[in-house]
Structure formats: C-alpha cells, structure tokens
Design a protein around this ligand. Sequence first.
Ligand SMILES: Cc1cc2nc3c(=O)[nH]c(=O)nc-3n(C[C@H](O)[C@H](O)[C@H](O)COP(=O)(O)O)c2cc1C
Length: 263
Amino acid sequence: MADKGAGRAAAPPFEGFYQRPQLKRWLDALPRRFSCRAFSAPADLSQYSALEYAAGRAALPGVRLALSPRGARELVVSVPLFPRFEGLQAFAAILVKPGLKWGRLCAGMSGEALALEMAAMGLSGCFMTGNYRRDLARGLVKEGEEIAAVIPFGVPKDPEGARGRKRKPLAAFCADDPAKWPHWAYKAAEAMRSAPSAMNRQPWRLGFSGSTLSFSGNKPDSVDSGIALLHLECAAGSLPRAWSLARDGKTLLLRTEETDEPV
Ligand SMILES: Cc1cc2nc3c(=O)[nH]c(=O)nc-3n(C[C@H](O)[C@H](O)[C@H](O)COP(=O)(O)O)c2cc1C
C-alpha cells in the first residue's frame, strides 16, 4: 500500500518526458511485445531508419540509444541451458552517463520505449545484461558513456511469440486485492505485469491507497524497474497525473485525478 504518511519528495526524471501519442502507441504494442531470440530477417531499411529516429526521441536525458545494423551474431555468448539465439544481425545498445542519478532506471525506460517501438512496427528484440560480449558492444560507446544493456533485434521468426509469455498472477505483485482498485490502477497493474525482467523474476510490488498507486522494485535504480515504470506510464498516459518519489527514496508514487469506480 502507498504509505499515506510518507509524503512526497522530488519528481522522478521521467516525469512529463513522454508525450501522449508516444505512450498510446506503446500501450497498443504491449500485447505484441515479447523477448525474441529467433529472427527470420533483419529490419528492412525503412524500419531501421524509423527506429533510429525513434531512438533519438525515446532516450531520457543522460541516456543514448545507439543502433548497429550488424554484429549481433558475435555479440551473444551461447550459454548451456539458456535459450539459444538464431538469425541475429542488428542490435541496439542502451548507453548511460556513469553516475547519473536514476541512470539504470532511465536506461530501462528508454530501452523499453525502443523495444515497444520495435513491437509497433512488427519487429522484436531481447534485453540482455548477461551473456553478451562487452568488448564488441563497446564499438557503439562514446566517451563518458557506459553500457546498461544491449538489445539484439530483427523480424521475429514467430510473430505470435507474445503468446508464450509467462507471468505471475497479478495478486503476487499486489499488497491488497487489485480487483478493488479503480479501473485505471488495475489497468496499470496489468500493463506492468506484461513487462519483461532479467531472468523473468518480475521483482515488483504495487499498492493502492487514496488516489495513488505505489511502485517499488527489488532495486529502485535498475533496468527492470525502469521497464516496469514505462509500462505503468503507458497505461496511465491519457490521464492527468503526477509522479513523485516517496520520502523513503525508493517508492515511486503515481497519482491521478481519475475517480472511476473499482473494476
Ligand atoms: C534487464 C534484462 C536483462 C536481461 N538479460 C538477458 C540476458 O542476458 N540473456 C538472455 O538470454 N535474456 C535476457 N533477458 C530476457 C529475459 O529473460 C526475458 O525478458 C524474460 O524471460 C521474459 O521474457 P518474455 O517477455 O518473452 O516473457 C533480460 C531481460 C531484461 C529485462
């Protein structure tokens, strides 16, 4: 539950950054989004150019999304017992200024915005923070940047891959019964539930109190938290809303003026 007594401190760095049409496009793409490891073809020239343009608009301050048309095949390290990749060519790198406050969270949000742009145009990719070769990804890094994650991407071999997503039930994320929440908060929780996470751990908690949804991750400044927060932001994108950081410095609060009935 949101702690009524926690009060609010500074707004988080993504507050007001993404525009309503962007959030709507990404919300519409959520059902098609999955972590794709098998590709039938690379993005074509027009898709690649559209993604480059989107990358410029989706990166939060202090983050850069860089694309490489090739090199993904050598980038990925095959690990026994882990799902194998095939048909790799292009990849994106999510680059962030070292020491940036909320840098990993902003990297996760920006990278997920790019992944949802991919989904909106029939492409797919897979966030990677583990089994990839740092020395190869470094070709995209400029001075004063470090890599938060990479995303190999292309045309998915199985365009319906999202059907295979496995997620915890909503109740596992929530301190109380989300069916008793207002509709907007329930929808936001469902949108968060579809978010990918490292090892599919889904390490998030949601609560609702008054008119405020509260979010916490196992590590507040992490790529996983940023991804989940972007999903919440997409779901609430059409509402007047305000984000803030609770006084505990870890919990993010989303308050809207929406007063609809519980689902
Ligand atoms: C931050 C992050 C890091 C990840 N790192 C890797 C990785 O190193 N290797 C890999 O094969 N998959 C990686 N994944 C993919 C996850 O395993 C995948 O998103 C999760 O299992 C959910 O997949 P789904 O959305 O298709 O259901 C990563 C995902 C995230 C969000």
